[in-house]
Design a protein around this ligand. Structure first.
Ligand code: FAD
Length: 385
């Protein structure tokens, strides 16, 4: 079980706070508005160890518990959520290898991923398969000691800048049930694996979202995670609760960031002879925003604690993800309203949080599905018969 000494945790979080304040906050508008890859910040993230944040120390990572990791994601997201996408989806690739890979796979890949020498992400979604992941069509056909892959992924974070992906495929497209024919590969870029196009987005700028195309892409058989076919769907659907915890933490960050901006602006802006925070209409908004942000934080830390205790925590992670992402959306629009016309201006930070927030409601399972999954598990846990 990953653990960290309280003093070490405080020191690490103070380092992150300083980095966000000195390096990220002053430059975020420049990167975000130009939709420019933040190469300099990525180098600093390597030095901070963020690409190995949750990777076990035996494999060169920081080996942080989910709780500390969530605290880091909250802090960065309160200023610039997109930046966390660069290491979040990368860590999902690392987690898949650490949790489900063979020991030789761990020894080979994890140190390279933890240092940031190899960076990447998780490639599940296809043009005709998002929520219904079992409908994917990318196939992997065994040929001797290789597999030959054909198909297309889309919306893949780090698709252009990353060089290696955990790739969900069909090794048996005829299998029934469908999930039993799905497998997860470690897919480094090479001949037959190319980027289709960069996708333009409302927010979540600077991090690249891309279409990935596989045409007779050959991957050695030892790149199949766990080296047993048919486990891919279970690995991505059941094994990666940390993904939902990190989207929840992003939501908390945006909800808290939007609150902080509104708190400060409402004390400076005056109408009718007094700061707007003294008008009851604004106080009602601030009261709701502060409560939502706090509740989102507590739900997310509750899920992270359950994860750190090694418990099955998909119910807590689902609740945290759902609630925190909705809190991000609501707080960002309320903060924008509190800013009046300036909330609509590109000179103020709130417009970025408002553009970034909706993604948290889509990624790692849409909030529509999230509520259905929560309800199903809830009923199972409270079965009367
Ligand atoms: C910026 C960005 C980054 C992303 N990064 C990645 C990445 O790195 N890797 C990756 O694999 N994917 C990534 N995605 C894709 C994301 O995971 C999918 O968009 C998401 O899973 C939803 O799939 P979809 O867009 O195909 O929507 P659909 O599955 O087509 O759903 C459309 C709507 O129908 C609803 N719906 C669908 N089925 C049901 C149902 N059974 N009951 C009720 N409602 C339902 C959904 O909730 C949604 O509202 C990213 C997406 C974005 C926008």
């Amino acid at each position: 079980m990953a653990e960290i000494d309280k003093a070490d945790e405080a020191q690490l979080l103070a380092t992150i706070d300083r980095w966000v304040e000195r390096e990220v906050a002053p430059r975020v508008k420049e990167f975000d508005h130009a939709d420019r890859w933040p190469a300099e910040l990525v180098e600093q993230m390597k030095e901070l160890g963020l690409f190995g944040a949750t990777v076990n120390a035996d494999y060169g990572g920081l080996g942080l518990p989910a709780r500390t990791y969530a605290e880091i994601v909250m802090r960065i997201s309160s200023v610039w959520m997109a930046l966390t996408g660069i290491f979040n989806s990368h860590l999902m690739l690392a987690l898949a290898i650490e949790k489900f890979g063979t020991e030789p796979q761990r020894r080979h890949w994890l140190p390279r991923l933890a240092s940031g020498e190899v960076r990447g992400g998780l490639a599940l979604t296809e043009p005709d398969a998002g929520t219904d992941l079992q409908a994917i069509r990318l196939t992997a056909r065994r040929e001797g000691d290789h597999y030959v892959l054909n198909g297309t992924k889309t919306w893949i974070s780090n698709g252009i800048e990353g060089s290696c992906f955990a790739l969900l495929v069909k090794t048996n497209p005829e299998a029934s049930p469908r999930y039993s024919g799905m497998s997860l590969f470690i897919a480094p870029k090479g001949p037959g694996f190319r980027v289709g196009r960069k996708l333009e987005k409302l927010g979540y700028k600077s991090i690249d979202s891309a279409e990935l195309i596989f045409e007779d892409y050959r991957v050695p058989a030892d790149h199949l995670i766990g080296e047993v076919e048919g486990r891919g769907f279970t690995q991505v659907a059941g094994g990666l609760e940390l993904g939902r915890i990190n989207v929840a933490a992003r939501g908390v960050g945006i909800a808290e960031g939007a609150l902080r901006l509104a708190t400060s602006y409402s004390q400076i802006r005056k109408t009718f002879g007094k700061p707007i925070c003294e008008h009851q209409a604004i106080q009602l908004k601030l009261g709701e925003m502060a409560t939502r942000a706090r509740a989102a934080r507590l739900l997310t830390l509750d899920a992270a604690d359950a994860f750190d205790r090694g418990e099955r925590c998909d119910l807590q992670a689902g609740m945290a993800k759902y609630f925190s992402s909705e809190a991000a959306l609501e707080n960002s629009i309320e903060s924008m309203r509190i800013h009046g016309a300036y909330g609509y201006s590109k000179e103020y930070d709130i417009e970025r949080l408002y553009r970034d927030a909706p993604l948290t409601c889509i990624g790692e399972g849409t909030n529509e599905m999230q509520r259905i999954i929560i309800a199903r598990q809830w009923i199972k846990q409270h079965a009367e018969i």
